[in-house]
Design a protein around this ligand. Structure first.
Ligand SMILES: *Cc1c(COP(=O)(O)O)cnc(C)c1O
Length: 425
């Protein structure tokens, strides 16, 4: 079964034992707690000796159905969902870190993830921010204390692509725990488990949910990392279930103790969004290809960043890593692109970018990405404002950089909107 088929049937399998036959959707279950027919039953569920729910901060039926859905897509050993993508990232690190640990990560990260790593630095953790497009740089950054590696599959807004193949080999050799942020690619396009990475993380608020109506995040244990022999995993979890001790610790230390639980209402909405994600990705791909080509040939545009362009530094790598899902016409290499107008590049300012955005009639002025609607944002004075001019320069964010998150509208409408706005500046 293809992923897109499988996902439409995932709730059906979970619900097949319920008394009302097999509902297509797991119902929204708002109950916080449960009643048991005996105290022994209550104790057994608490101790993990019997299946069941205790308190909804850890799990509940609607949450479980969504976790199962993400897990099937990622081909994982287990998945946990959180209230947001940021909660999934930060709570996972807090649940697994130990004093003295060193983290290697990319300096091209989602702004808030980068900002979270700065918190870890303030708490005394050693974090190296490097260029992950080159595996040699990753190799050089690894120390005896390196315990974690974190990167995104396609960076935003510059669309840079780490050398995931070589990095995965390196990390396996050194037994370093890895977390891959799969948000921009989604598990429909890329499966981090195939390369042996430890965890895959998704912001479900983006392409997978797709409708801009619910925040959510997920962490999937891909079953590739040996938690049993890692002293980061507490003895009580190894004793309880040696094969799943990693996930068990995450469930207790990330979800139960930090409490960024997803609401069942949002879980339901995200779950419905996921049913049509593969279809949306095809339209995202088609529109992104047309807009990338249009902008790259426009006389008022100086630079376009997207892996589809043969001028992109990781054009071939992108096709190799993410191009396999080419079911019909168009490869999806991420629905994010960024560009700079010639006049802004010359003046190192976002003046013309701001004018352009104000002329858009269909393309929204919004900070979100991976939505069904096309969205635009001047990056420097918004998402990377806290970095300051020097900080932005260091990571290659030009003052005039505009990010587009390409939606699923009719491509002609989007191209016309771009054309009329570009004409006016
Ligand atoms: C949005 C995003 C996040 C954070 O997800 P939220 O659900 O908004 O908290 C993390 N990583 C990437 C790549 C993202 O785009």
């Amino acid at each position: 079964m293809k992923n897109s088929t499988q996902i439409l049937h995932s709730n059906l399998n979970i619900n097949s034992n319920s008394i009302d036959n097999s509902p297509l959707h797991t119902a929204i279950q708002p109950s916080i707690t449960y009643h048991y027919d005996s105290a022994e039953h209550l104790i057994e569920v608490f101790q993990g000796k019997r299946k069941g729910f205790t308190y909804a901060r850890q799990s509940s039926p609607t949450i479980l159905a969504l976790e199962e859905k993400v897990n099937q897509l990622e081909q994982g050993r287990g998945t946990l969902v959180f209230s947001t993508g940021m909660a999934a990232i930060s709570d996972t690190f807090i649940a697994l870190l130990k004093q003295g640990d060193h983290i290697v990560t990319s300096h091209h990260l989602f702004g808030n993830t980068l900002s979270f790593f700065k918190i870890l630095e303030r708490l005394g953790f050693d974090v190296s921010y490097i260029d992950c497009t080159d595996a040699q740089t990753v190799a050089r950054a690894i120390k005896s204390t390196t315990r974690f590696f974190f990167t995104e599959t396609i960076s935003n807004p510059l669309t840079l692509i780490p050398d995931l193949t070589a990095i995965s080999e390196l990390l396996k050799q050194k037994k370093i725990f890895s977390i891959i942020d799969n948000t921009i690619t989604t598990p429909f396009i890329f499966k981090p488990t195939d390369m042996g990475f430890s965890f895959s993380m998704n912001s479900l608020s983006k392409y997978l949910g797709g409708n801009g109506n619910s925040l959510a995040g997920s962490i999937t244990d891909l079953g590739n990392y040996d938690g049993a022999n890692d002293d980061h995993i507490l003895p009580q979890y190894k004793k309880l279930d040696i094969d799943n001790c990693l996930m068990l610790q995450l469930k207790k230390k990330a979800l139960r103790d930090q409490g960024a639980t997803l609401s069942p209402y949002n879980a339901f909405q995200v779950s419905q969004g996921m049913d049509t994600a593969s279809l949306r990705l095809k339209q995202h791909a088609k529109n992104t290809a047309l807009i990338t080509e249009y902008l790259s040939q426009h006389p008022k545009v100086a630079i376009v960043n997207h892996p589809l362009l043969s001028s992109h530094p990781q054009h071939q790598r992108a096709q190799k890593l993410f191009g396999s899902d080419n079911q019909d016409s168009q490869q999806y290499l991420g629905g994010i692109l960024s560009f700079i107008l010639k006049s802004d590049l010359d003046s190192h300012s976002p003046i013309q970018a701001i004018k352009l955005l104000n002329h858009f009639r269909i393309i929204l002025r919004s900070t979100h990405l991976g939505d069904a609607r096309t969205m635009s944002i001047p990056i420097a004075p918004t998402i990377f404002n806290e970095h300051g001019v020097d900080g932005r320069k260091k990571i290659g964010i030009d003052e005039g950089l505009i990010r587009l998150s390409i939606g699923i509208e009719e491509p002609d409408d989007l191209l016309e909107d771009l054309e009329q706005a570009l004409e006016k500046i």
